[in-house]
Write a protein that binds this ligand. Structure first.
Ligand code: ADP
Ligand code: ADP
Length: 222
């Protein structure tokens, strides 16, 4: 069994008038240590799948298992704790808090844990060093380049030492050279054992990863 398993997963969004089948009977197994790319046209269900793996949403049918935990049986609080402990999220648009400096942004996930301020600072400095941003701890997001912002976001994703990183178009807002740098960083994390699932539109980036899974209209295609 993989570190991530989707079995017969269907996700239907139900609003008053419309029913949207975002995913239909999807099976997927991601092995521990894998670097997987997820591709497909806009609206095919990629973000929906990442949200299910990220325990941000639950399937309408089927089972999602992440790191041995059957997520369907968890309560919201358990899901939040599990998410905080096991998963790191990286987004296209970085999602940094503009009013906080780099160090404070990176520390955020640790505020939900019982840790002293001193240990939070030390851990934040260590992950910032890892992403090559030790010299920018006091800067604010508006004072950084896009690539630097994404490094901060990756440092924030890493601070809880997650087994899995879920990345939604991590290079989508970056020029190709900066995008390559971010990919190099992700590959380094993967080499150290982190499982990565990356949604991307960029065939060139995807081809560098171990495996590409393609979706069309809520279904997996080969
Ligand atoms: P992708 O990430 O591949 O662009 P999404 O997973 O965002 O695709 O969306 C898949 C389908 O589900 C789309 O048709 C989209 O309009 C629909 N959808 C996504 N989120 C919601 C929602 N919260 N409510 C209703 N429909 C949604
Ligand atoms: P986009 O590709 O449109 O820029 P993002 O990659 O920023 O979108 O976000 C992808 C998905 O993650 C969205 O469905 C969004 O609602 C969700 N999301 C955004 N911020 C967070 C967060 N801090 N924690 C959890 N989920 C988030």
């Amino acid at each position: 069994m993989g570190i991530i398993n989707l079995q017969g997963v269907t996700k239907i969004y139900q609003t008053k008038e419309v029913e949207t089948v975002a995913l239909e009977n999807v099976n997927l197994e991601v092995k521990a240590g894998e670097f997987l790319s997820v591709m497909g046209p806009s609206g095919c269900g990629k973000s929906t799948m990442l949200n299910l793996i990220g325990l941000l949403d639950v399937p309408t049918e089927g089972a999602v298992t992440v790191d041995g935990a059957a997520t369907g049986r968890m309560k919201d609080a358990e899901m939040a704790e599990f998410r905080n402990k096991t998963l790191g999220f990286v987004f296209q648009s970085f999602h940094l808090i503009n009013s906080l400096n780099v160090l404070d942004n990176v520390e955020l996930p640790l505020l939900y844990r019982k840790s002293t301020e001193k240990s939070r600072r030390e851990t934040a400095r260590a992950v910032l060093e890892k992403v090559g941003l030790s010299h920018r701890t006091k800067h604010f997001p508006s004072q950084l380049s896009g690539g630097q912002c994404q490094r901060v976001a990756i440092a924030r994703a890493l601070i809880g030492n997650p087994k899995i990183i879920l990345a939604d178009e991590p290079t989508g807002n970056l020029d190709s050279k900066t995008g390559e740098e971010i990919m190099r960083l992700l590959f380094e994390l993967n080499r150290e054992g982190t499982t990565i699932v990356m949604v991307t539109h960029d065939e060139h980036m995807a081809r560098k990863t171990q495996r590409i899974v393609r979706f069309f209209d809520g279904r997996r295609i080969e």
